[in-house]
Ligand binder design. Structure first.
Ligand code: NDP
Length: 513
């Protein structure tokens, strides 16, 4: 059985015997993230005693070849070493099932294979279907899971099937809606787990704890004390070998619609009435619904798109987006997007939320920065010797997950001088390295039927509802309004102006030593 190691972490939840089926199992995500996550859960004793893994794909490979691929992936990517004894126990329960994603016959054969495993186990097992293929085949997989009866196995019992669906969830509002229609026809929402791996990261999970388990933040978490919120998800890399995929997507679809909007929802939401997944997701949806639609007619300087030009990255020349492999020379896909948004609700009225994401930026970083209002200029504000900086709360998701507060303090000495100082908490410094990866937490939650850290259907559609008109407008405008920035910088000047016009500046990437 996959679970071979006694639990060290003491899971309190009892997961029924399980068969995990990964669609697209010969792919990059399975090798880098899913197989290592399953192995590490098993090593921690968090998988049920009886657990099997079936890879599904069009590749015609034998069970032995698949096992070898998984072993290689674990050697390369697992955060912990795999010893021979654990592997010998694991590999007995790993299989490959070859088939096309639109071949109902192969899904029926998969169903038979699953029944045989159950017979061998002499008990019923829950199936977790992980859809890890490119999005073009999500629909046929979901339809065939329904058609073959796999979706409805053991319906209404604790061994009911579950399905994890990778991102991107649709490419605009209408495709996300179509996908939801298929899902709703084939599954109950309680069986469905739309993944955004950002939600499995420690800092993101702990955002609710910071906000609602500390009395110092919630009283000031509103328009009276917060002057702006900014969210940055930046990458230093270019499109690399994924140019073909990326050019059909762009920064707004690839990053902002999912990761950035999720961070916004968690930052802006009202306190949920309980930790029940639906209470939390209801509040996130309410926050997203409160976002004011963006003005897209004409030129709006608060909706920015750009693509990277040549530049220097780490001192080395980096080529322009249009010169990357697989990118058409007339591409108008944005590699950078920045937006200024407002929530039309009591808590946030008038507080700008600045969002930005891009490739080939100055560094890889994901941060939420809450900037507080300045204190009244009574004691320190009136004298030019005293520079009162705004208080900042910086929640860093990557790299080095942690939280930093910037306060004003007096510098040592006889003269009274002010300087911003940091109160810093780093996850690794406090809790040590080797914390579970996001995919471990998310796969475990899905196995246990806990949807808190997954995106609900209406959540995905609400986010698309805001951004789809922007995408349509950009498509209709073509090159018109597409800005550019040198690789290795923080994006186009227009994005700096976006904040400067309101007396703010981007914080991520600036040091406060
Ligand atoms: P891959 O491109 O590696 O594809 C996974 C597998 O799907 C392939 O091995 C192949 O298996 C099958 N496949 C590939 N192209 C097609 C196609 N055109 N039609 C049908 N089947 C195809 O994807 P990844 O593993 O990188 O990603 C899987 C999913 O996870 C995607 O939706 C992606 O957006 C998402 N994701 C990936 C991340 C990553 O870091 N890789 C990060 C976050 C999300 P076979 O030929 O055997 O059928």
């Amino acid at each position: 059985m996959i679970n071979s190691t006694p639990s060290n972490s003491g899971s309190t939840r009892k997961t029924p015997p399980t068969i995990i089926v990964i669609f697209g199992a010969s792919g990059d995500l399975t090798a880098r993230k899913l197989a290592p996550a399953i192995f590490n859960l098993s090593k921690d004793g968090l998988l049920p005693q009886r657990c099997f893994l079936i890879g599904y794909g069009r590749s015609v490979i034998s069970n032995g070849e698949f096992k070898n691929d998984i072993k290689k992936a674990l050697d390369l990517h697992s955060r912990r070493k795999i010893e021979d004894s654990s592997w010998n126990a694991l590999e007995k329960n790993i299989f490959f099932h070859a088939g096309a994603y639109d071949d109902i016959g192969r899904f029926s054969a998969l169903k038979e294979k699953i029944s045989k495993i159950e017979e061998q186990m002499e008990c019923k097992a829950q199936c977790l279907f992980y859809v890890s293929t490119p999005p073009g085949v999500f629909m046929p997989i979901l339809e065939n899971l329904g058609e073959s009866g796999l979706a409805k196995r053991h319906k209404g019992t604790e061994t009911a099937s579950k399905v994890i669906i990778e991102k991107p969830f649709g490419r605009d509002l209408s495709t996300a809606h179509e996908l939801n229609l298929v899902i709703n026809r084939r599954f109950d929402e309680s069986q469905v787990f739309r993944i955004d791996h950002y939600l499995g990261k420690e800092t993101v999970q702990s955002l609710l704890v910071q906000r609602f388990a500390n009395s110092i933040f919630e009283p000031v978490w509103n328009r009276n004390y917060v002057s702006s919120v900014q969210i940055t998800v930046s990458e230093d890399l270019g499109v690399g070998s994924r140019g073909g995929y990326y050019d059909r997507s762009g920064a707004l679809r690839d990053m902002i619609q999912n990761h950035v909007m999720q961070l916004l929802a968690l930052t802006a939401m009202e306190p949920p009435s309980s930790l029940d997944p639906e209470s939390i997701r209801d509040e996130k949806v309410k926050a997203l619904k409160a976002l004011k639609p963006l003005v897209i007619e004409g030129y709006n300087p608060e909706v920015i798109r750009a693509s990277y030009a040549a530049g220097l990255v780490d001192g080395l020349p980096a080529k322009a987006y249009l010169k990357e492999d697989g990118i058409p020379p007339d591409s108008v896909t944005e590699t950078y997007a920045a937006l200024k948004l407002y929530l039309d609700n009591w808590r946030w009225k008038g507080v700008p939320f600045y969002l930005r994401s891009g490739k080939r930026l100055a560094m890889k970083a994901s941060e939420i920065v809450v900037q507080f209002t300045r204190p009244p200029a009574i004691l320190f504000g009136q004298d030019s010797r005293f520079k009162v900086s705004p208080n900042l709360l910086v929640i860093r998701i990557q790299p080095n997950e942690g939280i930093t507060m910037f306060l004003n303090s007096k510098t040592p000495g006889l003269e009274t001088k002010l300087q911003p100082i940091k109160l810093a908490f780093g996850y690794e410094t406090t809790f040590g390295s080797n914390t579970p990866e996001a995919y471990e937490r998310l796969i475990l939650d899905a196995l246990n039927g806990d949807g808190t850290l997954f995106i609900r259907g209406d959540e995905a559609e609400t986010s698309w509802g805001l951004l789809s008109p922007v995408l349509e407008c950009w498509e209709s405008k073509g090159k018109d309004g597409l800005d550019s920035y040198a690789s290795g910088t923080w994006g186009p000047l227009a994005a700096d102006k976006l904040l400067l016009n309101s007396g703010h500046e981007w914080i991520t990437g600036k040091t406060y030593e």
